[in-house]
Design a protein around this ligand. Structure first.
Ligand code: 3ON
Ligand code: FE
Length: 491
């Protein structure tokens, strides 16, 4: 795949039909050494990339309305010390997946509007939730955990990807509880003598919502947890940390579940965006007594992902991908009918929060459409310089993600590596070089779907010089549907 650039910015960089092929189900589970490799794999790159996302975009032939409803499928790409690279993918054997495979038919409705066949009557009052474990995968506390924000984690065997069952985090969760799919790892936690700790949260939404923050040691042991009641409904997919605070963004939405309960649409489709309702920043201390909570209002918008946050005295900086609105899907529509030109692009903004005055200022950091921010793991919650993001090929407008952007948030300098016209990228994952000294010394790993070959490649880019040819392109024997999140582990 070459870095082929279209000359004209107004020219479409993608083919919608080709893009859609990247959302075909991948029902097969593979297990092989990758032998079709261009370039050289850096010898110091040793470890495993785990990555999650919907593997099925249909249930027994019935197309899903939205990819976020797809059953979680894990890919593990292991870079071994002898230079070999092993690929494996397996579905999380969730209760719902197993039951549907056995029944040979769709048994559950999806949160994002995938309905059982037979119209509203057949979905009426069916509010059982299918934990699809499709959003993220982390290795922490000697456990590999597949995460989905509306239910409990599923634990898998890291070597075989065999599903071991639901995991309650050593008694932290109770059956029916949920935990976010977006934990943050504080690389050097002040309360733990500089040891790393994993910070995550759960939300119980309602007229007022309960946010619980959990902090876990590297052993998996729960170190701290605290709960807070926040006025209003919360749909919070991600959060950010600094050394002393957790920052949540309460989107300007309301929730009326009645059409969902009656069987007309999915619960996620009952989340209504309100352009005149403010967004609220919720700042919760990470240090006891956890009491000085701030709620600061700013303009409406919708955020799924935060890039990073850090503090400087009584100022907190929060960098997030913001959408002007949350698109509402009509009952008869599905994601295959998307018109990128009419969708608001996600853009990177910086919120500067003054804790002395309880005020916030917003500033656009990057005008390109972008998603899936990633950075050096040692910079999480710290003042930082480099972000890696998926972006569009053209610098204006909305389109599928076809390029990786490296942004220097200090100088605004950027590098773009495009895979257009036939390449479609996923989340970039930055892997630091062992003993590297500068923040961008490392590799950027991403899966790229090739719309012409209908196969996916794992591409390794040089974090310091993103625009040069990939260091290596590992050609898989098949495609992997566009995914959500993943993580690198050296263990
Ligand atoms: O009361 C309920 C609270 C709650 C937790 C309402 C609810 C039922 C909607 C709900 C459930 C929320 C869930 C299950 C959210 C899951 C989200 C998910 C699987 C993925 C989100 C992805 C976000 C982005 C921005 C993805 C971008 C993808 C691309 C650019 C395409 O390649
Ligand atoms: Fe996410």
């Amino acid at each position: 795949m070459t870095n082929l650039l279209t000359k004209n910015e107004n020219e479409r960089s993608y083919n919608l039909e080709q893009w859609k092929q990247g959302y075909q189900s991948q029902p097969h589970e593979y297990d092989y050494f990758i032998d079709d490799i261009d370039g050289e794999i850096p010898p110091e790159l040793q470890g495993t990339l785990f990555r999650n996302g919907p593997g099925l975009l249909d249930v027994q032939g019935i197309p899903l309305k939205h990819p976020f409803d797809g059953d979680g499928m894990i890919c593990a790409i292991s870079f071994l010390s002898d230079g070999k690279v092993h690929f494996r993918n397996r579905f999380v054997q969730t209760e719902g997946y197993v039951k549907e495979q056995k029944a040979g038919k769709m048994l559950y409705r999806g949160v994002f509007g995938s309905q059982k066949p037979g119209g509203w009557f057949n979905n009426f009052l069916d509010i059982k939730i299918k934990n699809i474990a499709n959003t993220n995968i982390i290795y922490w506390g000697d456990k590999l955990l597949a995460l989905w924000e509306a239910a409990e984690p599923y634990r898998l065997d890291p070597a075989t990807l065999e599903t071991l069952g639901l995991d309650y985090l050593d008694g932290t969760l109770n059956p029916g509880d949920s935990i976010s799919a977006h934990p943050c790892i504080d690389p050097t936690c002040e309360l733990d003598n500089g040891q790393p700790c994993l910070v995550n949260y759960s939300i119980k939404p309602g007229f007022s919502s309960k946010i619980t923050v959990y902090e876990f040691a590297k052993s998996g042991e729960l170190l701290r947890s605290h709960s807070h009641s926040i006025p209003g409904f919360c749909f919070i997919h991600d959060f950010a940390i600094t050394s002393h605070y957790c920052i949540f963004l309460q989107n300007s939405v309301t929730f009326n579940p009645l059409p969902y309960i009656l069987g007309f649409c999915g619960a996620g489709e009952c989340v209504d965006f309100h352009p005149n309702q403010p967004t609220r920043l919720i700042i919760i201390p990470r240090t006891p007594p956890y009491e000085d909570i701030r709620i600061i209002e700013t303009q409406a918008g919708f955020v799924f992902h935060h890039a990073n946050a850090f503090e400087e005295g009584k100022t907190i900086y929060l960098d997030s991908i913001c959408y002007a609105s949350l698109p509402q899907m009509k009952p008869e529509d599905n994601y295959q009918k998307v018109d990128f030109d009419t969708l608001d692009p996600g853009k990177l903004w910086r919120f500067t929060i003054d804790l002395n005055k309880n005020t916030v200022q917003n500033k656009l950091l990057e005008n390109r459409s972008c998603e899936f921010p990633n950075l050096h793991p040692d910079k999480i919650g710290r003042d930082y310089r480099y972000l890696y993001l998926g972006t569009t090929h053209n610098s204006l407008g909305n389109a599928p993600l076809q390029a990786i952007l490296k942004l220097d948030v200090k100088t605004k300098e950027r590098q773009v590596h495009s895979f257009a016209p036939q390449g479609y990228v996923g989340e970039p994952i930055f892997v630091p070089k062992p003993n590297g000294t500068s923040e961008d010394e490392g590799w950027v790993l991403t899966l790229v779907y090739d719309g012409i070959r209908h196969r996916s490649d794992l591409v390794i880019l040089d974090g310091q010089n993103l625009e040069k040819s990939p260091l290596a392109t590992l050609h898989l024997k098949h495609h992997i549907p566009y995914g959500l999140h993943g993580n690198w582990t050296n263990e």
